[in-house]
Design a protein around this ligand. Structure first.
Ligand SMILES: [Mg+2]
Length: 171
């Protein structure tokens, strides 16, 4: 059970994920969370650095879909100017939105990595639906209301993973 919360990788930020390396690993598509993964949950648009990262993703021939549990306005207003596919109200960790996303990119789940900042939605959802997963440290140290509740549970899971020696990364 605990294993389902274990990310394949844990990195400090999205910018520590190399699109070139993913491509070398056979990855052809990225499913990424939005809030506190790509930008702070209360920042409406992409930063110049993030726009560069998306460019790198595309230059490496990879497709990308933003899959967010947030509402249509938030996700559409962020994604549309970038010309990136998106799914809102995704209800992660439920798998339906992930499956819709890979269908939209015309890829198999083995070819897609799920990136996000939450164990309870992104990592659990990715793992139990058969995707590779990468956990990132949240961009902001604050969260929206529901996420704050999830974080409490998340801290306990993290402690268990550490106690069992399942994770070794530095804080
Ligand atoms: Mg998030």
């Amino acid at each position: 059970m605990l294993r389902l919360f274990l990310p394949g990788e844990y990195v400090k930020s999205i910018f520590h994920i190399s699109p070139k390396k993913l491509k070398e690993q056979g990855i052809k598509g990225i499913i990424t969370d939005l809030d506190n993964t790509l930008v702070e949950w209360d920042r409406p648009n992409a930063t110049p650095q993030l726009i560069e990262w998306f460019k790198e993703v595309k230059e490496n021939g990879m497709d990308i879909t933003i899959v967010s549990n947030n509402n249509e306005k938030r996700v559409k207003d962020f994604s549309d100017p970038l010309d990136i596919k998106f799914i809102y109200k995704a209800r992660k960790p439920m798998g339906k939105a992930f499956l819709k996303a890979i269908k939209g990119m015309n890829l198999k789940k083995e070819e897609v990595v799920v990136i996000g900042d939450q164990l309870l939605t992104d990592v659990l959802g990715g793992n139990r639906n058969g995707f590779q997963t990468i956990l990132v440290v949240p961009v902001a140290s604050t969260d929206g209301f529901f996420t704050r509740i999830n974080r409490k549970i998340e801290r306990r899971i993290m402690q268990s993973l550490k106690r069992k020696g399942m994770i070794q990364w530095e804080e």
